[in-house]
Design a protein around this ligand. Structure first.
Ligand SMILES: NC(=O)c1ccc[n+]([C@@H]2O[C@H](COP(=O)([O-])OP(=O)(O)OC[C@H]3O[C@@H](n4cnc5c(N)ncnc54)[C@H](O)[C@@H]3O)[C@@H](O)[C@H]2O)c1
Length: 256
């Protein structure tokens, strides 16, 4: 294979969960520009249809599949629909996620479970359904979105931290079971990125100053700065890379 085409995603189909906005949207659009057809996902059908329509207007090949990634029957129905439409998912990005900030002593079981279900269990469910179909074809790429909290804890975000720590080892578990079938599972650990999820943090001058001083690069990350790593992990360029978590964090996790 020529190095010129190593990163080319032409002919591949990528399903990116939570791609109506934020990091998932940037990753989906980047993969689309690298040649992939896109399946856009979000919980809300209007927002999902709109995002897919905007991507098509920008010249990308995109269709919407709105469903809740925490709902097992909805996940299975979505894959069954793709099957009956003749769409094979080559690249799965488990990106959908939520945050919930509260000290553990005040945290309800319901909120704990909701964050674990959305950030971790969904990746198992989506990965299971995607891999069932990738294994017979002997090809597939799974990219899970972790976080700095895949490695380090921070007060008030315990269920998120536990879920993202789980993502690190779910990725290795996927690699352990699926690499022999030609499927590479890897993860990306974004640092502090400018998205709606972080509005409460970016608008807090103290937190903003902390991120800038704590990150060697001296600034927040932009969603489009994940695209290169996502394309790498979705392409033939990473065919012998399995079970890794690559931080795209301006250096934050590497320094004290
Ligand atoms: N923004 C950051 O700084 C940052 C840092 C590290 C990791 N992350 C992770 O990156 C991912 C994306 O974060 P973001 O900042 O773009 O968030 P965001 O809130 O902007 O977007 C989240 C997306 O997930 C979707 N979603 C949420 N729950 C869903 C569900 N049950 N079913 C289907 N879709 C659902 C939303 O509709 C939305 O499209 C998350 O997993 C997050 O934990 C973000």
């Amino acid at each position: 294979m020529s190095a010129r085409t190593l990163f080319d995603l032409t002919g591949r189909t990528a399903l990116v969960t939570g791609s109506t906005r934020g990091l998932g949207r940037a990753i989906a659009e980047g993969m689309g520009e690298a040649g992939a057809s896109l399946v856009v996902n979000g919980r809300n059908s209007e927002a999902t249809e709109l995002a897919a329509a905007e991507m098509r207007a920008a010249g990308l090949n995109a269709r919407a599949a709105a469903f809740d990634v925490t709902d097992e029957s909805a996940v299975m129905a979505a894959f069954a629909q793709l099957d009956s439409d003749g769409i094979e998912i080559d690249i799965l990005v488990n990106n959908a996620g939520i945050q919930h900030r509260q000290p553990m002593v005040e945290l309800s079981l319901e909120d704990w479970q909701r964050v674990i279900d959305t950030n971790l269990t969904s990746a198992f469910l989506m990965g299971r359904e995607a891999a069932k179909r990738m294994i017979p074809r002997g090809y597939g790429k799974v990219i899970n979105i972790g976080s700095l909290t895949s490695e380090l804890a921070r007060a008030t975000v315990a269920p998120y931290t536990v879920a993202k720590g789980g993502i690190r080892l779910l990725t290795k578990s996927m690699a352990a079971e699926w690499a022999q079938h030609g499927i590479q599972a890897n993860a990306i650990g974004p640092g502090y990125m400018l998205t709606e999820m972080n509005e409460a943090l970016t608008s807090n001058p103290e937190f903003d100053a902390w991120v800038k001083s704590r990150t060697p690069t001296g600034r927040w990350g932009r969603p489009d700065e994940l695209v290169g790593t996502a394309i790498y992990l979705a392409s033939r360029a990473s065919d012998y890379v399995c079970g890794q978590l690559i931080f795209v964090d301006g250096g934050m996790i590497s320094v004290l």
